[in-house]
Design a protein around this ligand. Structure first.
Ligand SMILES: [Zn+2]
Length: 288
């Protein structure tokens, strides 16, 4: 059964660790993340962007696959299925499809409109027991073709959105999606500390977890970050392992062309990445 992210994130905030959100793209991705979470006895959030949802034949297909997989693999750790950077329309589609967690990204709207739409979704999600993530201050980099400017969130605006009753809040603190450029200035801990002070117990979300140095991740967790999104890093690991397999000519040996063999090194690479992140975030052994 899929669960809301509320309880796992409240526990994480209280226990000073973070739960990873790992984005999924297909069956192999989903299976490797779920198996690793179970092996690590860690709660986990499966992220689905609108583009990935479309790729996987719609949110209903995704929800059906994940629910069935949790059952058939005997997964007992808490699993949340979460819409990543959802539009207003996408949020409703996922609620209907059976997602247990939603992110409504209204960061590109003027703050008044972001508040109005978030408020409406708070009421709908609360009634259905679904966790809701809101965003203040666009996060830099590219997500499904949308380029964010890498804004730094206004702590007062964060407080306004947090007070609407969302479950968790994503705030831009200099983080960006995708690979970080060599001249990246690092996370803005002054802003993070100010936001944390304003929003109190609300779990904060750090997007763009790929390539943030471990010491900065740990510091962010100590300042109230309880959910960290990882997407690009699993993609890079999968691609590198697959490249190695083909460049070594393994697909030409025996039945090496069988997709179950061809994709196996990539799957192992995703598992290793997820394991490493769970260890860094401190969520290992935290599934009750
Ligand atoms: Zn993001």
């Amino acid at each position: 059964m899929l669960v809301s992210a509320k309880e796992m994130l409240e526990k994480a905030k209280a226990g000073h660790y973070a739960v990873g959100q790992f984005n999924i793209n297909n069956l192999e991705w989903t299976k490797s993340i779920l198996q690793t979470a179970q092996e690590m006895n860690s709660p986990v959030i499966l992220g689905v962007s609108e583009g990935a949802g479309k790729y996987m034949c719609g949110f209903k297909t995704v929800a059906a696959m994940v629910e069935a997989m949790v059952e058939s693999l005997g997964i007992t750790v808490p699993v949340a299925l979460h819409l990543d950077h959802g539009t207003y329309e996408g949020a409703y589609k996922c609620i209907e499809a059976g997602f247990s967690s939603i992110m409504f990204d209204g960061s590109h709207y003027p703050i008044a409109e972001n508040i109005e739409k978030t408020k409406e979704l708070v009421a709908v999600c609360r009634e259905k027991g679904i966790s809701l993530e809101a965003e203040v201050g666009a996060i830099g980099g590219e997500e499904d073709g949308v380029i964010g400017g890498g804004e730094v969130a206004d702590p007062n605006e964060c407080k306004m959105i947090a007070d609407l009753g969302v479950t968790m809040l994503a705030a831009g603190i200099g983080n960006i999606h995708g690979k970080y450029p060599a001249n990246w200035a690092g996370l803005r801990f002054d802003t993070l500390a100010a936001i944390s002070e304003k929003v109190g117990q609300m779990p904060l979300v750090l997007h763009g977890g790929t390539g943030i140095p471990a010491d900065q991740i740990k510091k962010a967790i100590s300042l109230g970050v309880s959910k960290i999104n990882v997407n690009t890093e699993c993609q890079l690991a999968f691609a590198a392992a697959t490249r190695q397999y083909i460049e070594a000519g393994k697909d030409l040996e025996g039945k090496g062309f069988d997709p179950r063999k061809l994709l196996a090194p990539g799957v192992e690479a995703i598992k290793a990445t997820v394991k490493e992140k769970m260890e860094l975030f401190g969520s290992v052994g935290k599934a009750e």
